[in-house]
Design a protein around this ligand. Structure first.
Ligand code: SF4
Length: 429
C-alpha cells in the first residue's frame, strides 16, 4: 500500500454549483433494493412517469411476482378532488390480501405526491397499526425534486432504523445494500478474523433485521448513507469511520478500521487478507494497462465519485481532472479526501451547462456521467462511462476490484478498437 498523503484534497476549496441538474431520481434505488429484500414491496405513490421509469429501468417481471408497483395519482387526486389517503388504504388492503408473502411495505413518495403534500408518514403509521404484526409499513421519499438517485436507498434504510429492535448486546452492522454474493464475501472475511455477531442493514428478510443499541458498531459500505448514519447514531450506535471498500487498498483500509475496533492482531489480519488482496491487486493490474496515464472527469451522479476517483488515481494510475459529487458529506468523505492527491477540481452540485463547458475544455480520456449526457458526449468524441452501472454491478471488496477497474477500462478499449475504423466509416458516408 502507498504511504498516505498528509491531507490530500482535505482542504481543497470546493466549487459549489446550483443550477440545472441531470440525474435520476431516488425511485431508481427500488431496482436494487427490491432484489435485496426478498419479502419487501415498494409501492410508489406517483404519476405515470414514475411507473414508466420503474418499468423501463427494472424491466417487467414475467415469471416472478413483482415486488414493486405504482399507485398512480390521477388528475382528481392532484386537484384535491379525491381523498388520497382513503385510496391508499384501499390499494394497500387489496395488495396485501393478494400477496401474503409481503412482510415489509414501503410507501415511496414521488415528485407529484410531494407537490400535493400527500402525508405518506401518516398513511404508513395508520396502515402499520392495521396490518401489524404480519406487515410493517414504512415510508420514504424517492422524489427527484432535490435529490439524486442513490438517496432513495438512504431514505429507505433511514426509515427502517427507528423500528429496528433494541439490544444491549455488542454487535457489528454492515450498512448498505450489497449483492448477496458480495455480502457473503465480506461476512466471511470478518468471520475469519474472529469478529462475531455481524448483521446487515438491509437484511435479506424482515425477520433478520439487525438489532441496535449503545453497544452496536456499524460500518458503511456505501458513501451515500448520510441520513442512515444520523439515524443509527440517534439509536446510540457507534460509526466506524473508514475509506469505502472499493479496490484492494480501499477494502484493506475498510477492513483494517473494523478490525482495529475489535482488536484483531496484525498477524491475523495479514493472514486473512493476504490472498484475496493479492488476487485483487493482480486483477486491477490487468485493467491498469489500459487505464494508466489516462485522465478522468466525473459528473456528479451516484455519490460514489470521490471514493472512485481515489481508487482510479491511487490504484489504476489515472489522473482526475474534476471530481463532481451531488453532495459533499464532509464527515463521511474525510478519509477519502485525505487519500485523494491534490490536483482535481472538487465540485459539489451541478450547473450542467457550465460543467459541460469544463468537460469539453478538459477533454478527459474518460468522462463518467449520467445516461442523459453520455450519448451526446460520445458523439462529440469523448469516451464515457455510465455512472448508474456502478451501483448495478458488484464492485465492492477484493473479489470485485478487478471488475471495478474493468468497468472503466472497457470504454477506453472499445474506443481504441473503433478508432482505426473511423476514417473508413467517414469515407463510406
Ligand atoms: S419521482 Fe419525480 S423525477 Fe422520479 S419519475 Fe416520478 S416524477 Fe419523475
Amino acid at each position: 500500500m502507498k504511504d498516505l498523503p498528509e491531507i490530500g484534497c482535505s482542504n481543497t476549496p470546493v466549487l459549489k454549483q446550483r443550477g440545472q441538474r441531470e440525474v435520476f431520481c431516488g425511485l431508481t434505488g427500488i431496482i436494487w433494493l427490491h432484489r435485496k429484500m426478498q419479502d419487501a414491496f415498494f409501492l410508489v405513490v406517483g404519476s405515470r412517469t414514475c411507473a414508466h421509469l420503474l418499468q423501463s429501468a427494472a424491466g417487467v417481471m414475467i415469471f416472478a411476482q413483482p415486488r414493486f408497483g405504482t399507485a398512480i395519482l390521477e388528475e382528481k387526486d392532484l386537484a384535491g378532488l379525491a381523498d388520497s389517503q382513503t385510496e391508499i388504504d384501499r390499494e394497500v388492503a387489496r395488495l396485501l390480501a393478494r400477496r401474503p408473502d409481503i412482510k415489509q411495505l414501503f410507501l415511496v413518495g414521488s415528485c407529484p405526491s410531494e407537490v400535493i403534500k400527500l402525508d405518506l408518514a401518516k398513511a404508513a403509521q395508520r396502515l402499520s397499526a392495521q396490518f401489524a404484526p404480519h406487515v410493517r409499513v414504512l415510508n420514504y421519499s424517492g422524489s427527484g425534486i432535490e435529490t439524486t438517485f442513490t438517496q432513495g436507498e438512504d431514505g429507505c434504510l433511514a426509515a427502517m432504523v427507528p423500528v429496528l429492535p433494541a439490544t444491549q448486546d455488542a454487535g457489528l452492522v454492515l450498512v448498505g445494500a450489497l449483492p448477496d454474493v458480495v455480502e457473503d464475501q465480506a461476512l466471511a472475511l470478518l468471520a475469519d478474523m474472529g469478529i462475531e455477531n455481524v448483521t446487515c442493514l438491509p437484511a435479506r428478510r424482515a425477520g433478520e433485521m439487525p438489532a441496535v443499541g449503545p453497544n452496536t458498531c456499524f460500518a458503511l459500505v456505501q458513501p451515500f448513507l448520510g441520513d442512515t448514519l444520523d439515524a443509527l447514531q440517534k439509536r446510540g450506535a457507534r460509526h466506524i469511520p473508514a475509506p469505502f471498500p472499493f479496490g484492494a487498498e480501499g477494502t484493506t483500509l475498510w477492513l483494517r478500521a473494523v478490525a482495529d475496533v475489535y482488536g484483531v492482531s496484525d498477524e491475523v489480519f495479514a493472514r486473512v487478507t493476504a490472498a484475496p488482496r493479492a488476487r485483487a491487486e493482480k486483477a486491477i493490474a490487468a485493467a491498469t494497462e489500459t487505464l494508466g496515464g489516462k485522465s478522468v472527469f466525473f459528473f456528479p451522479d451516484s455519490q460514489l465519485e470521490i471514493p472512485l476517483a481515489r481508487f482510479l488515481t491511487r490504484e489504476c494510475g489515472m489522473t482526475a481532472i474534476e471530481v463532481g459529487t451531488p453532495y459533499l458529506h464532509r464527515d463521511l468523505m474525510a478519509s477519502e479526501l485525505a487519500l485523494l492527491a491534490q490536483g482535481p477540481v472538487i465540485s459539489e452540485g451541478q450547473d450542467v451547462d457550465l460543467q459541460l463547458d469544463r468537460a469539453r475544455a478538459a477533454r478527459a480520456d474518460l468522462t463518467v456521467c449520467g445516461l442523459g449526457l453520455a450519448n451526446p458526449l460520445e458523439a462529440e468524441g469523448l469516451a464515457t462511462k455510465w455512472a448508474i452501472e456502478l451501483v448495478f454491478t458488484p464492485v465492492h471488496f477484493y473479489e470485485q476490484a478487478g471488475d471495478l477497474a474493468g468497468l472503466f477500462a472497457r470504454p477506453l478499449r472499445r474506443r481504441a478498437l473503433l478508432a482505426p475504423l473511423a476514417p473508413v466509416v467517414e469515407a463510406a458516408e
